[in-house]
Design a protein around this ligand. Structure first.
Ligand SMILES: Nc1ncnc2c1ncn2[C@@H]1O[C@H](COP(=O)(O)OP(=O)(O)OP(=O)(O)O)[C@@H](O)[C@H]1O
Length: 348
């Protein structure tokens, strides 16, 4: 069954000060209803601009944005900023009053001031509960941790049950330990309340585990889109592979040095596809051990060629260890063509 679409842009362009290298260019996208769509791309690729255009905060130079097939009116065209069925949560929490209590902060998200006290109380309680911050209700917003602030800001955005929630880097201020909890809660909200989420993120871990759909932006244009699995397992572009996975890129010469035979151009090797063992006469050296929580990322070197490796046996390969390497597969990219999957290669 085809997904129902809720938001759409048709050939939308927005350049700042007429400079075509800024903003976004000729972007056409469809956002499915009741799903999580993530907009990803390097810094400056136009992610926030696209989010603001979807919300009606900024006017496109060309093209149109539609919410349920109706054109989204811009803030100059009506009294309310942006669309009443959508809410945007920005990175800065700049519209939050630091001295207001959590309860008051969430209450200020109600647009209908005429609600009875009991209804209002229930709505605030429901929103706070949904984000698991009810016990903080009497705390001033300014005294909360980054993660708690983010939860309260989302609770405020959700109190009037918007159809679309737009999140700009929602986990930036959130401790790694609390990230998963918040990601899980957002997924739950999408499922329980049927909210559509569009989020902007640059962190592969959160995008891949959360999103149903990915839109990849590069220099203001969409270069790929699809499910996280599709784009992670078969990226068409080197750029996408670099954004979604911890990886190493080798040029033809370096690839040859380490035994990877390619004729087409850059080779990308995902860290998780490099397998290592300790071995006598091994030619690779562990140069760095990066702590990643429940696993490590190693930077290893041979003949001045460096590779990233995911290592789940923490502590087994300290800095300076000599190791043997095999690569399960790698991607070849030449003139931005589709990748070629390769069979395991023994390199030592
Ligand atoms: N208000 C503005 N005035 C002028 N240029 C802007 C403005 N907002 C964004 N830009 C420029 O447009 C381009 C895209 O910016 P945008 O913030 O949309 O990118 P982004 O992908 O969200 O970046 P980041 O990940 O760093 O937040 C950048 O070159 C940026 O400098």
């Amino acid at each position: 069954m085809q997904n129902e679409m809720i938001l759409e842009t048709i050939s939308v362009t927005k350049n700042y000060f007429g400079d075509k290298s800024t903003g976004i260019n000729n972007v056409t996208i469809l956002i499915p209803k009741g799903k999580i769509t993530a907009i990803v791309g390097e810094s400056g690729s136009g992610k926030t601009t696209l989010l603001n255009l979807l919300y009606g905060l900024i006017r496109p130079d060309a093209g149109e944005v539609f919410f349920k097939e109706e054109r989204v009116l811009m803030r100059e065209e009506k009294l309310q900023p942006a669309h009443e069925a959508m809410r945007l949560v920005t990175q800065s929490n700049q519209d939050m009053d630091l001295n207001a209590t959590v309860w008051e902060s969430v209450r200020s998200g109600l647009r209908n001031a005429e609600l009875g006290l009991a209804t209002e109380h229930k709505k605030i309680t429901d929103s706070l509960n949904m984000l698991d911050v009810l016990p903080l209700k009497d705390m001033p917003f300014g005294k909360l941790s980054g993660g708690e602030k983010q939860r309260v800001t989302i609770a405020k955005a959700l109190i009037s049950k918007p159809e679309v929630l737009l999140l700009d880097e929602p986990f930036n201020q959130v401790d790694a330990t609390y990230r998963e909890g918040l990601q899980h809660d957002i997924r739950y909200i999408v499922k329980e309340w049927g909210v559509t989420v569009v989020l902007v993120s640059h962190d592969p871990a959160e995008i891949l585990s959360m999103a149903d759909e990915l839109i990849v932006l590069k220099e203001g244009e969409i270069v790929e889109n699809g499910s996280p699995e599709e784009l992670y397992n078969s990226p068409k572009l080197l750029y996408t592979a670099q954004i979604l996975a911890s990886s190493s890129q080798l040029n033809l010469e370096d690839a040859k040095k380490v035994g990877v035979k390619t004729t087409r151009g850059t080779v990308v090797i995902y860290a998780e596809h490099v397998k290592i063992t300790k071995g006598f006469g091994a030619k690779w050296t562990v140069k760095q051990v990066l702590f990643k929580g429940f696993y490590e990322e190693l930077i290893i070197e041979r003949d001045k060629v460096y590779l990233r490796v995911t290592n789940h046996s923490k502590g087994k390969y300290p800095k300076g260890s000599k190791i043997t390497v095999s690569i399960e597969h790698f991607y070849e990219f030449g003139r931005w063509q589709a990748p070629v999957r390769n069979l395991p290669k023994e390199m030592d």
